[in-house]
Structure formats: structure tokens, C-alpha cells
Design a protein around this ligand. Structure first.
Ligand code: NDP
Ligand code: DGY
Length: 329
């Protein structure tokens, strides 16, 4: 008994995670788990202390896992499992150099995120938050022919930047709204595109011809700041911009100028820089900008499934067995 306890590997979890995920971890009998038992992010100093000597680290997209954290963990570290599909918060090159394996959560959140993206697109284009506010504030005096008009999907051209798992799921959901053309841009044409009658287009064509532009690519050095002044200047003045990828894909100062100067019609953002967006941020003063608090994958079942997947990835990394979802480094 004593001998077994001594052999347990050390795991550090950077946040309170779904109960079923904790059960999977603690019930496996291979590791001793320490948790930053809070809904708020672990302070950096606590993270550096908590990860010391760990064999496994289960982290979130809000934790920056860089050389400092890897050094603090030390040579025991075998696996990092992130409770997210995005991995831009991980110093991948450094992790790879150290032979540490990485688990992540693709696929299981695709439907929830695509659904939220469509909800945000409709809410932004049809001005739902403004309408709700008018009802509450007494601004609704009567039915008016020209009041709170927005833009509809029927007969429109939609441009998707990054037709990956989530981009494709968004396209599948938008098609039945009567979208006329569906353009997409990216590094190469996608074999799955015919399923949604997607036309591979140069970015400039997508920008000038789309009525709705949806950003669903990953954050990489190539996509960082992609949506800037030049980008917005190529869009139609009636176009709606939606971003559910990562905040840093957008230059927010340029977006503010484009929205306030009438260069584009509206924007819906589920992701911002920083997160949370400060409540006095200029974007929050605009009626034509809808900002959500990064809730793309936030359904009860999706978060539970993500949690268990991240636990199983971690356990596989500790045991040296194939992970359910391992990131190819
Ligand atoms: P995928 O890897 O399947 O899709 C990412 C897509 O981005 C790929 O098709 C990739 O193309 C494309 N891409 C890469 N570089 C560029 C570029 N320069 N221009 C255009 N497209 C590019 O990932 P997922 O669809 O599963 O997730 C995408 C992202 O969504 C995540 O990385 C994450 O940041 C974000 N996300 C946000 C959520 C939220 O809550 N708002 C929830 C879940 C995810 P290629 O294959 O050619 O590299
Ligand atoms: C991710 O998984 O990358 C999202 O941003 C949160 O689910």
C-alpha cells in the first residue's frame, strides 16, 4: 500500500474542472492530483509553484505555458493536456524540444462552437442586443418601418476564413438559411469544401464580395493581426464581421475605426484581447459591436466531454499509451 502511494505520479490542474473529469483523473489510481480549486485563473506564482516536479499538467487556454513554466515543472514533465482545441497559449517548439506530449480537445466542441457562431452572427446582423435594450429602456414606442433593421442571410454571400473543423460546421449550419455563395480562404483548398459548395477564394475576393465574414481559423503567426485596417477597408460597408477564433487575429483599434466610421456595418466577437475586455473599452461603446465572453464551447455537455477528454489525454500521457486526442508536434 505504502509502496503504491510512493509511486503515484504528480499532476497539477490549473483550475476547477468538470466533476466527471476530476473523477476520471483521481479514479485512475496512477497520479496524485493537486488543483488550483477556483473558477478564477491561477496566479502566475502559484502556477510556477504548483507545477514544480509535476509529471502531468492539465491547463486552460488562459494559462501561458512557456519556458518559465516548463523550467519550473522540471524534467519529470511527460504530458501537457489543455482543456481546449486552441493551443496558441502553449510554447510548442519548447515543449517539443523537451519531448513532452500534448493533448487537446478537437471535434468534441465543434458543434457547440459552430452553433454559437451562428447565434452571434444572427444576433449581430439582426441587432438583437439593441432590440432587447430598447424594450427594457422604454425606447420601443410603436412598430416603425425603418427601426432596428439589419441584414439577413437569404441570398447573401458568406466568407469563412479558415474552413477547418469549426469553419465547416458553421458553413453546414448557414447553408439552410438560403446563403447564395459560400467563399472560404486559407492556406490551401479543402477537400471537404464541396459538401457545402464552398468556393476557395483569394482573401481579397472574399473580403470584397462577402456580406458576412466569419473568422474561424487558428491563431498562428500568419493570422495574428490579420483583420486590420487594410482588411476592413476591403469589406463592403454593409458587411457584418464575426470572430470566434482568437482575439489576436483582430487589430481592435482598426476594428473600432471601421465600425465607428461606417466602413463596415457591424461586428460580433466571442473572443477579444485581452480577455476579459475591460468594461471601459471603446468597442463596448458601439451599438454595432456585440461582444460575448468567450462562450463558444459553453454547453454543459460539451464542457463535460471536453473535461473527460482532457483527463484521458493526460492519463495516456502519464501511462505512455496512445492519447484519444494527441496534438502532432
Ligand atoms: P482546425 O485546425 O480544424 O481549423 C483551423 C483552420 O484555420 C484550418 O482549416 C487552417 O487551415 C486554418 N488556417 C490556418 N492558417 C490560416 C490562414 N493563414 N488563413 C486562413 N485560415 C487559416 O481547428 P478548429 O476548427 O477545431 O478550431 C479553430 C479555432 O477556433 C481554434 O484554434 C480556436 O482558436 C478557436 N476556437 C474558439 C472557440 C470559442 O470558444 N470561441 C471554441 C473552439 C475553438 P490549414 O488546415 O490549412 O492549416
Ligand atoms: C478552445 O477550445 O480553443 C476554445 O477557445 C474554448 O473552448
Amino acid at each position: 500500500m505504502m509502496q503504491g502511494a510512493r509511486q503515484l505520479m504528480k499532476v497539477y490542474v490549473t483550475r476547477r474542472i468538470p466533476q466527471e473529469a476530476m473523477k476520471a483523473l483521481t479514479g485512475a489510481g496512477v497520479c496524485k492530483v493537486s488543483v488550483w480549486d477556483s473558477d478564477e485563473p491561477v496566479p502566475r506564482a502559484e502556477l510556477l509553484k504548483g507545477v514544480s516536479g509535476a509529471h502531468g499538467l492539465l491547463c486552460l487556454l488562459s494559462d501561458r505555458i512557456d519556458t518559465e513554466v516548463l523550467d519550473a515543472a522540471g524534467p519529470n514533465l511527460k504530458v501537457i493536456s489543455t482543456l481546449s482545441v486552441g493551443f496558441d497559449h502553449l510554447a510548442i517548439n519548447e515543449i517539443k524540444k523537451r519531448g513532452v506530449r500534448v493533448g487537446y480537445t478537437p471535434d468534441v466542441l465543434t458543434d457547440a462552437t459552430a452553433e454559437l457562431t451562428v447565434a452571434l452572427l444572427l444576433a449581430t446582423a439582426r441587432r438583437l442586443p439593441e432590440g432587447v435594450q430598447e424594450v427594457k429602456s422604454g425606447g420601443w414606442s410603436t412598430w416603425k418601418p425603418l427601426w432596428l433593421c439589419g441584414y439577413g442571410l437569404s441570398g447573401s454571400t458568406v466568407g469563412i476564413i479558415g474552413l477547418g473543423r469549426i469553419g465547416l460546421a458553421i458553413a453546414r449550419r448557414l447553408r439552410p438559411f438560403g446563403v447564395k455563395r459560400l467563399l472560404y480562404s486559407g492556406r490551401a483548398a479543402k477537400p471537404q469544401a464541396p459538401e457545402v459548395e464552398g468556393e476557395y477564394a483569394p482573401l481579397d475576393t472574399l473580403l470584397s464580395e462577402s456580406d458576412f465574414i466569419v473568422v474561424s481559423c487558428s491563431l498562428t503567426p500568419d493570422t495574428q493581426g490579420l483583420c486590420n485596417k487594410t482588411f476592413f477597408s476591403k469589406m463592403k460597408s454593409t458587411a457584418v464581421f464575426i470572430n470566434t477564433s482568437r482575439g489576436s487575429v483582430v487589430n481592435q483599434e482598426d476594428l473600432y475605426e471601421a465600425l465607428s466610421g461606417g466602413q463596415i456595418a457591424a461586428a460580433g466577437l466571442d473572443v477579444t484581447t485581452p480577455e476579459p475586455l475591460p468594461t471601459d473599452h471603446p468597442l463596448l461603446t458601439l451599438k454595432n459591436c456585440v461582444v460575448l465572453p468567450h462562450i463558444g464551447s459553453a454547453t454543459y455537455s460539451t464542457r463535460g466531454i471536453m473535461g473527460v477528454l482532457s483527463a484521458n489525454n493526460l492519463l495516456a500521457g502519464l501511462n505512455g499509451t496512445p492519447m484519444p486526442s494527441e496534438l502532432a508536434l
